[in-house]
Design a protein. Structure first.
Length: 476
């Protein structure tokens, strides 16, 4: 869901605490923030620099880095309303004297109290939920200069992603308690935890009010991010890099249940709410990236303008559980459970498949770019390929995880400086006329089929035709 400032660009010139913090809040609301800093020192509040370009260890190793920390205090106030249930369904229960029949082992009306009936008196009232939290976001970067051409870098930082604003809304429509009188009922109270589920052992019935809602007490998702990089520069236009990375997610937001107390007509009841909540963990991502680039300037004549860029990335995901939450459009009043083609997350009604992947992340991807730059001519041909990746875990139209199948695209451009201040441009995209194929995951892990292996099926196709553009650019 886009924020209320989506499409607005903000130029942030401040430093120290107030400026960057204000810009961060604007970014959380969807604005594109461009931060301008002194290229020599950056924001003075960002951190403490140490080391330099002079060797401090034997063998000429040079160390340079910085340490920083941000402390963010957040206070949330969500004003909304509570709609209370009526006692119509409770008054229609058979009387306590009515004999038990069928598979029933309890007559709930025998345990119906005046407090429960008073709470279920209908009506509504304004409601405010307040929450606050503090996040400490450290960062640490260090570079080891092994010599003038080889470097090892290590970086650690903690990032923060706030929950969707719509998930914080505080509108609660409380439902009447669910009545289940069978031996599988979770609401029946027995004289012993190990007692047989028969009428003779029944000692009570719990009337549990329930509702779908957002939750203003949601905490932001955080990620501890580690990077270890080796860089080798063979010349002014040649380099080799390899980067190992690891991200650990915390406080992932998922669809679950939690309890809140509400008071109506002098009766206070604990209501079981279903909606967004934080998990302690959130999964992890790890992998590596290898990159190489060079110009073959040792070749004779016009061939010395040839060059190449190449990189490959591998990403492994584990422990990812998709929330399947939506900020607007839930089937239940005040709810946040997503739905698609009859598969409804709300109230635990749907056995939705979980792909256990984050959207937009491929396991394998690579880029191969051919370059030519000589005199007034600059030519670029790029091939980009990525393996299958998730686009939506609960698609609105099919109610299943949707993936984009592995595909590669070839693009190119030619730039010629006709005269000193004018360039002639020709660009082409999707030169191979690649077709985009989308797949549905039709079988996999769900409440109904726990641990099942995923099965994919081609579902639809999209074609973006070859496109060519011709233009010019003046330089003043």
């Amino acid at each position: 869901m886009n924020g209320c400032l989506d499409g607005i660009r903000v130029l942030e010139l401040g430093n120290f605490i107030s400026g960057p913090y204000g810009a961060m809040l604007l970014a959380d609301l969807g604005a594109e923030v461009v931060k301008v800093e002194n290229p020599k020192g950056g924001d003075p509040f960002r951190g403490w620099d140490f080391g330099g370009d002079q060797p401090i260890f034997g063998g000429g190793v040079r160390i340079k880095g910085n340490i920083g920390v941000r402390v963010i205090r957040t206070e949330v106030t969500s004003n909304g309303a509570v709609a209370y249930p009526t006692n119509t369904a409770l008054n229609l229960l058979p009387s306590c004297a009515t004999p038990i029949s069928g598979t029933a082992i309890v007559q709930p009306s025998c345990y119906l109290t005046p407090q429960v009936l008073a709470f279920a008196a209908g009506g509504g009232s304004p409601n405010t939920l307040k929450a606050s939290y503090t996040n400490v976001l450290p960062s640490f970067n260090i570079r080891f200069g092994l010599d003038s051409k080889s470097y090892i870098r290590f970086g650690y930082s903690r990032g923060l992603s706030r929950p969707d604003f719509g998930l914080l809304r505080n509108f609660v429509s409380i439902n009447s308690p669910i009545i289940n009188t069978g031996p599988d009922s979770p609401y029946i109270v027995y004289n012993s935890p190990t007692a047989a589920h028969i009428a003779a052992n029944v000692t009570g019935y719990n009337f549990v009010f329930n509702a779908e809602s957002g939750y203003a007490g949601l905490k932001p998702m955080t990620a501890d991010q580690f990077d270890l990089t080796f860089e080798r520069y063979m010349g002014k236009s040649s380099s080799f890099t390899i980067d190992l990375f690891y991200k650990k997610l915390h406080n992932a937001i998922s669809y679950g249940q939690f309890e809140r107390q509400f008071t109506n007509n002098g009766s206070t009841q604990t209501v079981l709410l279903r909606g967004p909540r934080n998990e302690k963990s959130g999964g992890e991502l790890k992998g590596f990236e290898v990159g190489y680039q060079t110009f073959f300037d040792f070749l004779p004549g016009l061939l010395s303008g040839l060059g190449v860029q190449a990189n490959y990335t591998f990403v492994s995901q584990s422990g990812i559980n998709n929330s399947n939450l939506i900020a607007v459009g839930a089937l239940d009043a005040g709810g946040t459970g997503g739905q698609g083609a009859g598969l409804d997350v709300s109230g635990g009604r749907g056995a939705v498949i979980d792909s256990h992947m984050l959207a937009g992340i491929s396991k394998h991807s690579f880029n191969l770019v051919g370059l030519y730059e000589k005199g007034p001519v600059a030519l670029r041909v790029a091939y980009n390929w990525r393996s299958r990746f998730l686009t939506n875990n609960l698609d609105c139209c099919v109610g299943l995880p949707v993936f984009q199948k592995a595909a590669g695209f070839l693009d190119g451009s030619l730039r010629v400086s006709v005269v000193k201040n004018f360039e002639f441009l020709v660009e082409g995209s999707n030169l191979l006329n690649t077709r985009t194929v989308y797949q549905q995951q039709i079988f996999g892990d769900s409440k109904a089929t726990p641990g099942a292996k995923p099965v994919f099926m081609d579902a639809n196709w999209g074609v973006v035709d070859r496109r060519f553009s011709v233009g010019g650019r003046f330089k003043f």
